[in-house]
Design a protein around this ligand. Structure first.
Ligand code: TGC
Ligand code: FAD
Length: 392
């Protein structure tokens, strides 16, 4: 393996705000990404393959469900540790971070928070180890930003429910062993349902033709009269606050994750600009290229501080959904702009797979759409300021 030249920016000494344990966790994920992800990721991306074996490795190394208590197979770490893990995974590729986000925040989190003790014991340890893969079904073909209008439904048949409907754009769906699905009951109340692969009437067709998140597997969840035992319902939540609480956790992780993609671009562009000469001088000596680098460093620094503060608030259970929306929105836009701007420093080389710019850029087009679009998060902030929900 070639030497690790990666030199992550830390202009405001954010490292001083981290504990020794945080730094140790970050370097273990970073080493793993250098060793196991960087050498294969461009091939996976080109071939549109999710490296399934890496999910098992992530589980073995403790990157899945890091804040889940140890008694259920997690590492019992804090939210800054979770953020740092997401950051380093996304430096490798958004697809890996997506897999870990979904598994941790959208599958393990609701089972831990809203599940029965039997459900926790049955699923959480295998999910933490990456032996079992999970997915989260909220979006439907006709209901994306407005999941409250979902039509997927459960009907009470006495000793079981019957589930009908379809979910679309679901990360991990084609390889998932278990799905946390949100469906309306006969009173129109949203309930959480655990569906296992192999249940009659449940299929997970893969979605092809993506130019984004190519090293991640996406698909549908189709339910045709699926018999759901009553013990597969999440007993401790009713209403949209169930899925939205999971999104708070995942959006928080994204606010950290995308910093990794931005840092990867910054590091590669800075190094190249110092080496590449035109007009007899390194291109880093031209003011226009320095402007791009200086603005990128400024934006990364602001994003780091926002993420760190949000993590501290989340550790104290004080982070609000509106704060999480603001951080997700700001940091994703920051990373996408950096991938686009710094690619230009690379000239033609920037469009090749020898550098990560185009891959990060294409991935971030999904990230700015999923977990609430850029516009929806702006409207959540607008609602917080004015008390008027402009999305309705
Ligand atoms: P609204 O009427 O405002 O609220 C309904 C109920 O939910 C509560 N609530 C929340 N609770 C916890 N956390 C939040 N963030 C919450 N937001 C709202 C609210 O208090 C209310 O509770 P109650 O008890 O009064 O009933 O909801 P709305 O239907 O008007 O929608 C508002 C809107 C548009 C902001 C919301 O629907 C939204 O966020 N839409 C975006 C949808 C979205 O983010 N989908 C994500 C799908 S999952 C995904 O993309 C995974 S990608 C994974 C990967 O690969 O990484
Ligand atoms: P729409 O809701 O149709 O929005 C289209 C446009 O209209 C957007 O620009 C939006 O901002 C705008 N818009 C909508 N409503 C308003 C409004 N009120 N005011 C102003 N503008 C508005 N979902 C899951 O449930 N689970 C997953 O695991 C999952 N993984 C995904 C993976 C990928 C790769 C992608 C791309 C998506 C994934 N999603 C998943 C779905 C994702 O959450 C949705 O795509 C997203 O919520 C937006 O919904 P939509 O695509 O239907 O867009």
């Amino acid at each position: 393996m070639s030497a690790d030249l990666y030199n992550p920016p830390d202009h405001f000494l954010v490292d001083d705000l981290l504990t020794e344990e945080h730094k140790m966790i970050r370097s273990s994920v970073r080493d793993w990404v250098n060793r196991s992800v960087k050498p294969i990721i461009e091939d996976c991306y080109e071939k549109a393959v999710f490296p399934r074996e890496l999910a098992t490795e992530m589980g073995e190394l403790g990157f899945l469900g890091p804040f889940i208590p140890a008694e259920y197979g997690g590492a019992g770490l804090d939210y800054i540790s979770y953020g740092l893990i997401m950051q380093e995974l996304e430096r490798g590729d958004t697809g890996l971070r997506s897999m870990a986000s979904v598994q941790t925040s959208l599958v393990m989190y609701p089972i831990l928070t809203f599940g029965s003790e039997d459900q926790r014991k049955k699923y959480l340890p295998s999910l933490a180890k990456g032996k079992m893969i999970g997915c989260f079904g909220l979006t439907e073909p006709d209901h994306g930003s407005d999941p409250g209008s979902m039509i997927t439904n459960i009907k009470d048949k006495g000793d079981h429910f019957i589930l009908n409907g379809a979910k679309m754009w679901i990360t991990n769906a084609p390889i998932a062993d278990v799905a946390v699905v949100w469906a309306k009951d006969e009173s129109g109340i949203v309930r959480g349902v655990i569906v296992e692969r192999g249940q009659k009437g449940f299929t997970t067709p893969e979605t092809h033709g993506k130019w984004s998140l190519r090293a991640s597997v996406t698909g549908e969840l189709v339910f045709d009269d699926v018999v759901v035992p009553k013990e597969h319902i999440l007993p401790y939540v009713r209403g949209l606050k169930g899925p939205f609480s999971c999104l708070n956790s995942a959006r928080y992780g994204i606010a950290w994750g995308v910093i990794g993609a931005a840092m990867d671009c910054y590091d590669a562009a800075l190094r190249y600009s110092l080496e590449r000469k035109q007009f007899g001088k390194p291109i880093a000596s031209f003011q226009l290229q320095q402007k791009k680098l200086a603005e990128a460093l400024t934006e990364i620094t602001k994003a780091q501080l926002l993420a760190w503060r949000l993590g501290s608030l989340r550790n104290e259970a004080k982070a609000t959904p509106a704060q999480i929306s603001m951080a997700k929105r700001n940091n994703v836009e920051m990373a996408l702009n950096i991938a686009r701007e710094l690619r230009q420093i690379m000239g033609a080389m920037g469009i090749t797979r020898d550098f990560p710019f185009m891959r990060h850029m294409m991935n971030l087009e999904s990230v700015i759409t999923y977990e609430g679009t850029h516009d929806v998060h702006l409207l959540i902030t607008g609602n917080e300021i004015t008390g008027i929900p402009a999305f309705k």
